[in-house]
Design a protein around this ligand. Structure first.
Ligand SMILES: Cc1ncc(COP(=O)(O)O)c(C=O)c1O
Length: 461
């Protein structure tokens, strides 16, 4: 056994692997270093980080300015109880005010995306009582706590439900998943039924307090809505007195080209949650943001929420530095230019490989949906396969890419293409060459057809 493998075994023998059978948590890679768009294993081998780890290291690795800000805070005041104000919390709010869209102006700080969503749940249920139901969508992930998992649509909710771990009062709405439309319709003839159906759902359900959405669906498919979707949703929420919650834990922080994905459609949510890119993932920090109107509800009502690590000074210290770094990067014009190059390269690559059914995305946030047959859209794997322990085709492709020095997170049906926003055109080309080779594994078991890969996020009338 090599030294690195011995070290890994010493760890895995004594820890739980996340979202895994423990028999599948035996020999994960030991990561020892990272810089720019690369991370390194114990032998010093570099890997292109084409998923920004968990779609969170948006500014890449070893960003000096953010690290320096964290070190400074660690030396001065890493922690104070959340009942105090710190210079770190003042600076974080000031920085957020420069980037967060109106009318969101009120903040609650926690340490993970799921906690940000739990905060949103509590704010919603207290401020909208007696209404209490939360409407979510099937293609969604909102976190691992009992709140976040309850309104998660993906299969990770199923075992949690069986373990009676979820909260009650959640219903699911149809997805805006044009590649496999739940109404079997096509854009634009569909007249955006997935949005219009919400009016029926809200009225028939009754007691609906909020609709929670990932504006561009993250793990569950990088699904980009038609341009009409959010304006219609906003109107239906207003007409039914239902709050609109945008979960921007993954889609936020310039992943889609704008600071927050909702800005692509100029629609303002009532509550927005975010984490990940807020600190470039260097500190565990999350934010629940609301309008003044929602906060005013708690002027005299007890806000029954908080954590020891709420408003954690060390965690918050990364935010102002990250905001400044995003600003500098966008002023350089690099991400805007590279996202166009990435899009072009992904469409070309998709057309070349029979196993790519759909290429969709926006900004630096893309998916290849992997299928057996482009014509019939027959998939290799479906949701229950994710839990069954079956070797998935996406996993095989991603595993091959890893052997070649590229990390790309697989989901049960898609590959996650979400490189750091600092990536250059040459580095994109280097990555595309590797994926080109790995997709051949899927092609070998896919049906050859004349049908090109679909481009479901291109909405043409
Ligand atoms: C959209 C979305 N919401 C919530 C979460 C949960 O965030 P965390 O893992 O930080 O709790 C995630 C995590 O990937 C996410 O993608």
């Amino acid at each position: 056994m090599s030294q690195a493998v011995e070290k890994v075994k010493a760890l895995t023998d004594h820890t739980y692997g996340t979202w895994n059978r423990q028999s599948g948590w035996k020999t994960p890679m030991l990561v020892t270093d990272a810089e720019g768009i690369y991370f390194y294993n114990a032998d010093g081998k570099p890997f292109i980080d084409f998923s920004s780890q968990l779609m969170c290291s948006n500014l890449g690795h070893k960003n000096k300015a953010i690290i320096e800000a964290i070190v400074k805070q660690a030396e001065k005041l890493p922690y104070a109880a959340p009942g105090f104000v710190t210079e770190a919390s003042i600076a974080a709010v000031e920085a957020l005010k420069t980037v967060v869209p109106e009318p969101l102006s009120q903040f609650f700080f926690s340490t993970s995306g799921t906690e940000a969503n739990d905060g949103a749940l509590i704010m919603t249920r207290q401020s909208k009582a007696p209404a209490y139901k939360i409407i979510s969508r099937y293609h969604s992930y909102h976190g691992a706590t009992s709140g976040g998992l309850s309104f998660t649509g993906d299969p990770r909710r199923w075992p949690a439900e069986q373990a009676r771990y979820t909260v009650q009062g959640v219903r699911f709405a149809p997805d805006n998943y044009c590649y496999r439309c739940p109404f079997k319709m096509s854009y634009p003839e569909c007249d955006i039924q997935c949005a219009r159906y919400l009016d029926y759902l809200f009225k028939e359900e009754g007691n609906v307090a909020a609709f929670i959405v990932e504006p561009v669906v993250g793990t569950n498919g990088r699904i980009v809505p038609p341009p009409e979707y959010f304006p219609i949703v906003r109107q239906i929420c207003d007409e039914n007195d239902v709050l609109l919650i945008a979960d921007e834990v993954m889609s936020g922080w310039f992943r889609t080209g704008t600071a927050f994905a909702m800005q692509n459609w100029n629609v303002a949510p009532d509550i927005m949650t975010t984490a990940k890119g807020a600190s470039n993932a260097y500190t565990p920090v999350a934010i629940t943001m609301t309008t003044e109107k929602i906060k005013s509800h708690f002027e005299d009502e007890f806000f029954c929420h908080g954590h020891t690590y709420a408003y954690h000074a060390l965690a918050l210290s990364a935010i102002p530095a990250a905001v400044a770094e995003y600003d500098k990067l966008y002023k350089s014009g690099l991400p805007q230019k590279v996202s166009q190059h990435l899009e072009k390269k992904l469409y070309e690559l998709g057309d070349k490989h029979f196993c790519v059914g759909d290429v969709r995305g926006i900004g630096h946030f893309w998916a290849f949906e992997i299928v057996k047959n482009r014509e019939t859209k027959e998939p290799f794997d479906v949701k229950p396969d994710k839990l069954s322990g079956k070797a998935l085709m996406t996993g095989k492709i991603a595993g091959d890419a890893m052997q070649q020095g590229l990390y790309m997170a697989p989901w049960y049906d898609t590959l996650v293409i979400a490189p750091p926003l600092i990536i250059t055109e040459d580095q994109v080309d280097e990555a595309i060459d590797i994926i080109d080779k790995s997709l051949k594994l899927g092609d070998e078991q896919a049906v050859e057809t004349d049908v090109p890969a679909s481009r479901s996020s291109v909405y043409k009338k």
